[in-house]
Design a protein around this ligand. Structure first.
Ligand SMILES: [Zn+2]
Length: 406
């Protein structure tokens, strides 16, 4: 397997805006990309966007969320949707994808115990479960749900993760691709027409049209059948992956479902965040009180919180790579969301970012290196190869960000 990419000089060019701006209301910058299915040579990334007053699209959505959207009306829309899908013959009527984090616990609990649905929970498991993650996953199922966990071929998954790290500095790309499709794929398999995710993509500002559209745009989880073999995975197109020694069966779990099948079987993918005023902290309290969710005993590295994305030993490396590529670490992502939801002021968020953003996830470093089969030297070579000169410069013998939110 070759781990390299011949275009080393352009590796830091992520196709992001050249002039770095921070939102005047929260703390995110215009470097944050969105996450559609990727194709090769897509030279300009879709990012969140800023209005003429310097306010990001996530904050624009929160303006609607707190001041415009009629949430009673949305709740009625949810009841109508569920009435349309509810089955009384014992078969599953809604798919809830998740891993036993606070969001999937909340969604499945409400659907089953408040609305009388019969959910099938489905899981694309973490690369490496943490102890607390596995414990929360079991607590989730103790709440009374059937679950199908799809474990992709571990040899293939590690290989793709390694290549995604080396070629894209995006070790989570194969995971995310699989996770996005597990819901619709299982819906097709089990003849269920409704899939319910948690937070809508409008929350983070990467797709604010979801503020007005209950159904998720199929482009986020499916592609026309004739395009299925044009996917870009781990830095390679489909044919190149076959040339690396993988076969079509190996790639099947990562291949988006065919749009034609979604249409023919009337599968609808929705977000609970469309129907309910989504505040992450409230979901956390709900999951603790009703579903046996436990936060981490310790603060999560790279941020100040204890309850977001706890289940994968590799999580910290996802945020560390976004810090290198976009200048946005875990404390930025989390505090930006809390500013928008009025749990933190912008000043408090900035202080937390200065303190924690970019903190190296040391706890599981050796396990991560072992998982992707590279040594520490190579790890840092790859990291440094992706530092854009727009974002980074050397001060003395240390790398520093040129632009930090102030
Ligand atoms: Zn903002």
């Amino acid at each position: 397997m070759s781990g390299g990419n011949s275009e080393l000089t352009s590796l830091h060019d992520q196709g992001l805006p050249q002039e770095i701006k921070f939102c005047k209301r929260c703390v995110v910058s215009n470097q944050r990309p969105s996450s559609t299915v990727e194709f090769k040579n897509q030279n300009k990334k879709e990012t969140i966007f800023f209005d003429e007053n310097g306010i990001c699209s996530a904050c624009q959505y929160h303006e609607l969320k707190y001041n415009e959207i009629d949430w009673d009306d949305r709740r009625q829309q949810l009841e109508m949707l569920l009435d349309r899908h509810r089955r009384t013959d014992g078969s599953y009527d809604v798919i809830v994808p998740g891993s036993g984090g606070k969001d999937s616990m909340f969604v499945s609990h409400v659907l089953k115990y408040k609305y009388g649905m019969n959910p099938l929970t489905v899981t694309w498991p973490p690369h490496m479960y943490t102890e607390i993650g596995l414990r929360n996953f079991e607590a989730w199922l103790d709440g009374g749900y059937d679950n199908i966990s799809f474990h992709p071929n571990r040899r293939v998954h590690r290989m793709l993760t390694r290549m995604a790290f080396v070629n894209l500095l995006h070790p989570f790309q194969p995971f995310i691709l699989g996770q996005k499709q597990i819901g619709p794929k299982m819906a097709l398999k089990y003849n269920v027409n409704l899939v319910m995710y948690g937070e809508s993509q409008a929350e983070g500002g990467t797709n604010i049209s979801e503020a007005f559209e209950p159904k998720m745009n199929p482009k986020y989880y499916s592609i026309p059948r004739e395009e299925q073999k044009n996917i870009y995975l781990s830095g390679y197109v489909y044919q190149e992956l076959l040339d690396q020694g993988l076969d079509e069966g190996d790639l099947q779990p990562y291949t988006p479902v065919a749009l034609e099948d979604i249409k023919e079987k009337n599968v609808e993918v929705h977000h609970m965040g469309f129907y309910e005023k989504w505040r992450p902290q409230e979901k956390y309290y709900y999951a603790v009180e009703n579903c046996g969710f436990l936060p981490n005993p310790d603060r999560t590295e790279g941020t100040y919180s204890k309850y977001n994305s706890l289940d994968d030993k590799a999580d910290g490396f996802h945020y560390y790579t976004t810090y290198i590529k976009f200048g946005l670490g875990r404390a930025t992502y989390e505090s930006a969301q809390e500013v928008r939801n009025r749990h933190l002021t912008r000043e408090e968020a900035i202080a937390l970012i200065h303190r924690y953003d970019g903190e190296f996830p040391r706890k599981y470093f050796n396990e991560f290196l072992e998982y992707i089969e590279i040594d520490e030297d190579m790890f840092w070579q790859v990291i440094n190869r992706f530092r854009s000169p727009l974002l980074w410069h050397m001060v003395g013998n240390k790398w520093e960000l040129r632009h930090v939110v102030e």
